[in-house]
Design a protein around this ligand. Sequence first.
Ligand code: HGY
Ligand code: MN
Ligand code: MN
Length: 420
Amino acid sequence: MIHSLEVDANRIQSDLDELSKISDSDFPCVTRILWTEKDMLARAWLKGKMEEAGLVVREDEIGNIFGRLQADGPNCPAIATGSHNDAIPFSGMYDGTVGVLGGLEALRSIRKFLQKTGKSLAKSIDLIMFTAEEPTRFGIGCLGSRLMAGTLSPEQAHDLRDANGELLESIRSKAQYRGDLANVRLENNCYDAFVELHIEQGPLLEQLGLQIGIVTAIAAPSSLRVKYEGPGGHAGAVLMKDRRDPILPAAKLILEVHDAAHELGGEDTVATTGVVKVHPGAINSIPREVIVEMDIRDIDLERRTRVLQRVEAKAHALGRDASIPTTLEWINADPPATCDSKIVDTIQSVCDTYQFTSQKMISRAYHDSLFMAQICPTAMIFIPCRDGISHRPEEYASTEAIEVGVKTLASTLLELAEIV
Ligand code: HGY
Ligand code: MN
Ligand code: MN
């Protein structure tokens, strides 16, 4: 039986507002990058909120934070919910945080229901705040959930460097994190279910006037870094015939990524060049090094593979033709995830019980759910965001939309945790 639960929408909103101010950029922009001072403040703030809500709090060796609503009995199974609190530079206040603070409110409302009814849970419920879902600090997204799922090894994590070339290990220990990263790994089926609440980051739900998106699949993200190098020199004194300018193959590759997605892909094939770094970066100096970083995604793995193969071949050909040394590195190339049909059905029946309008859909953004799906049954709940805007300070989800999402999440978790 689906239980309707009351959530405190004003408390969720004030939590979101409070967290949005713990940022390295001025409101409404939010910037919160792994293991910066503001990230550490936000972590302490969240742990305090979890303890206030009566959860048992722990943090693992990479900084994934767990708040547990304990069921009766020491070795009972568990389910989980969660998302991320980190934010890419100058972005918005709802990406990720709706899933963490909405998940916190869902656990508060379940705890209140249990106290009122005298019931208890057959399964504990974990609220997880995942470390570094965004790729900002170390160039790869979902650092915490990748290590949980084993798709990133501790050795690979140790080798990661930030933009200043500092190793992850050095930054991790400065942030007072110790211990073996191998301990972050969770066993397969560690949870009986994982459900993440998130803003859609697209316009579909708002355009269709729907309250809930029930995610059935998550697109397959990939990203690559290509470096072209040349002798550089004086922008005035070196004749054109004597130049080997790395900006040229880089510029052609940027166009190629776009064309490959259009010509080989379908509606769900997307590609962009989000990073272009030119060294030394002086207007009157011919570049000596150009680095471009591309993000290419598709819900269809085969189709994405065709785009990646074409881009990789072209990257090398452009360097060869220009006699420019070329270095190409795949940062990640992950498979898509299929959401668990039983959890999808549970979310659907919860929406029907509340009479929330809903529809099944895919997620083009990646989330920690993409990796949780590799180790346990997983699904996602989307709520609409204004004009589908995300990763910008104009990102916005109404308190009412968030309340509907949290109610849906809370009742879904209660159903999955089973009452005894
Ligand atoms: O890039 C993404 O899809 C996610 O928002 N990090
Ligand atoms: Mn994001
Ligand atoms: Mn996100």
